[in-house]
Design a protein around this ligand. Structure first.
Ligand SMILES: *[C@@H]1O[C@H](CO)[C@@H](O)[C@H](O)[C@H]1NC(C)=O
Ligand SMILES: *[C@@H]1O[C@H](CO)[C@@H](O)[C@H](O)[C@H]1NC(C)=O
Ligand SMILES: *[C@@H]1O[C@H](CO)[C@@H](O)[C@H](O)[C@H]1NC(C)=O
Ligand SMILES: *[C@@H]1O[C@H](CO)[C@@H](O)[C@H](O)[C@H]1NC(C)=O
Ligand SMILES: *[C@@H]1O[C@H](CO)[C@@H](O)[C@H](O)[C@H]1NC(C)=O
Ligand SMILES: *[C@@H]1O[C@H](CO)[C@@H](O)[C@H](O)[C@H]1NC(C)=O
Ligand SMILES: *[C@@H]1O[C@H](CO)[C@@H](O)[C@H](O)[C@H]1NC(C)=O
Length: 423
């Protein structure tokens, strides 16, 4: 298998609905129609600063932005009964495409028959690069579609995420069964198994649903297994795949500009001013303090790209999961700060690193995601998927975005090699 094979896809870019921010002196009003506090998007995971030194007990909060951009679809207020979704396991083949390989593993899923009427459809929401949760079957489109049609709800966990682990660790060798084809074959077997083992589902039509990467899977499932899947409901499923997804940061820039054209200009100027700062030792020291980096910024590649990518990623995180008003509020924080453009942007970035937390360096990022132990995290597996199969690298290649050409395609290729080896 080559590091970059021919299949590439992109995940969702949820373009924010932006209303124009009327008075730049006033923070935009909070949107009261959406209760954001019930299912917060932000989360922290406490990580050791040094995993390999048992004496060093320092910890750091990280992962918020990455997890935010690769989390499950946000859920609404539950309308279903909390007691209804039930956890279960199904035995799956490790390798669906090698019949000599008889190894199996236990895939986790959730089912809910609260609205089921005999003969009703199977409504399966597909897991993506996240841990599944019972809330997925208590609200939202899955719940509505199932309950309006007497459907039987299922939520399947994607192999290698959450507790659905086919192998004992995440070495590159053991990650080789992590592919869209294997995940689709898991689904095909899952459908056949349910139909065989539940007489009431014998003749049911099958609706698969997903958002982002899992919407891509839903679409592919309908194309690949038309005899098993009748309807695919795909929300923001990226189907147009490519290695250099430079368009991603164009959309981030456009969305920021829609919220505030002066905000995007502050960012554009700040990036170029940071590039100048990083040319001198004193500038590096100043930028390191301003951006609250855990160590002084390392200007050798790929560390330098990683720093700029982290800055850009913070704005991408703001845009990608924005509810109406969020981008305006972010831009207000940027612009409503005194100081230079760099200080304005840095002050916004620092809001992401409160308390003891600080901006990771490339080498600490590698220290976190090179270990092959199975954890509740999803970063290493998702990076493996994009490195080996999907590409979809969100580069700064386009000149129609505000982040300069500070994290080119080479940066991502190096990251893949550093995490998973050359092959
Ligand atoms: C994450 O950690 C920061 C700093 O420790 C804290 O301010 C923030 O409230 C935490 N967020 C969550 C969701 O726990
Ligand atoms: C599913 O399998 C896991 C481990 O294989 C086990 O811990 C768990 O109890 C099982 N869950 C159910 C509902 O059987
Ligand atoms: C499914 O279809 C078969 C053949 O038409 C029929 O015998 C069976 O009763 C049906 N099962 C259900 C649950 O409707
Ligand atoms: C670094 O910061 C100091 C103190 O604010 C300032 O005097 C100096 O001009 C800055 N140097 C650069 C290169 O920005
Ligand atoms: C700076 O980054 C380069 C490339 O990632 C790395 O080889 C080097 O060890 C780093 N230097 C420090 C001081 O961390
Ligand atoms: C920040 O916004 C307040 C009003 O909310 C305004 O009075 C103040 O002048 C603004 N500060 C800057 C630096 O823009
Ligand atoms: C990771 O795995 C290694 C080797 O199996 C083990 O020594 C280490 O304790 C594990 N670390 C964690 C955090 O589980």
């Amino acid at each position: 298998m080559t590091v970059l094979s021919s299949l590439f896809l992109l995940m969702c870019i949820i373009a924010a609905e932006s209303k124009i921010f009327q008075n730049p002196q006033e923070p935009p009003p909070k949107d009261v129609s959406i209760d954001r506090d019930i299912f917060p998007v932000w989360a922290n995971i406490t990580q050791r600063v040094d995993h390999f030194n048992p004496v060093d007990k320092r910890t750091r909060t990280m992962g918020q932005i990455f997890r935010r951009r690769h989390g499950p679809p946000p859920t609404d207020v539950p309308i279903g009964r909390a007691s209804s979704p039930v956890w279960a396991n199904i035995t799956q083949m490790v390798d669906h495409f090698n019949h000599a390989d008889k190894r199996t593993w236990s895939m986790r899923y959730i089912h809910n028959d609260e609205c089921f009427k005999r003969g009703g459809p199977m409504v399966i929401t597909l897991g993506g690069e996240w841990t599944i949760s019972t809330a997925d079957l208590m609200t939202g489109a899955v719940y509505d579609i199932a309950c309006e049609n007497g459907g039987y709800m299922f939520d399947t966990e994607h192999r290698y995420y959450g507790e659905s682990q086919p192998m004992s660790d995440w070495t590159s060798e053991n990650l080789k069964y992590l592919s869209a084809d294997q995940a689709l074959a898991d689904l095909a077997y899952f459908i056949k198994y349910q139909k065989k083992n539940n007489k009431d589902l014998q003749n049911s039509s099958v609706i698969v649903m997903g958002a982002s990467y899992s919407a891509t899977l839903a679409t592919w499932a309908r194309i690949k297994y038309p005899h098993l899947v009748d309807i695919a409901y795909a929300s923001s499923g990226p189907l147009n795949s490519k290695v250099d997804l430079y368009e991603y940061y164009e959309v981030v820039g456009d969305s920021l500009a829609l919220a505030s054209s002066s905000c995007v200009e502050v960012i554009r100027s700040a990036i170029s001013e940071i590039e100048t700062l990083l040319e001198t030792e004193e500038g590096i020291a100043n930028a390191s303090t301003l951006f609250k980096t855990c160590q002084p910024i390392n200007v050798t590649e790929p560390s330098r790209s990683f720093f700029f990518n982290t800055v850009a990623d913070t704005f991408a995180g703001l845009v990608q999961y924005a509810y109406p008003g969020d981008i305006e509020r972010g831009c207000f924080l940027v612009e409503n700060t005194t100081g230079s453009n760099v200080e304005k942007v840095a002050s916004y970035i620092r809001t992401q690193y409160s308390g003891d937390s600080c901006m990771l360096s490339y080498s600490s990022f590698l220290d976190l995601y090179t270990p092959t132990n199975i954890t509740s995290e999803m970063t290493r597996q998702w990076l493996y998927q994009i490195c080996t199969e999907f590409g979809w690298f969100q580069t700064s290649t386009s000149n129609k975005q505000p982040f300069g050409n500070t994290f080119p395609l080479d940066f991502y290729i190096q990251l893949c090699k550093d995490l998973f080896g050359v092959e």
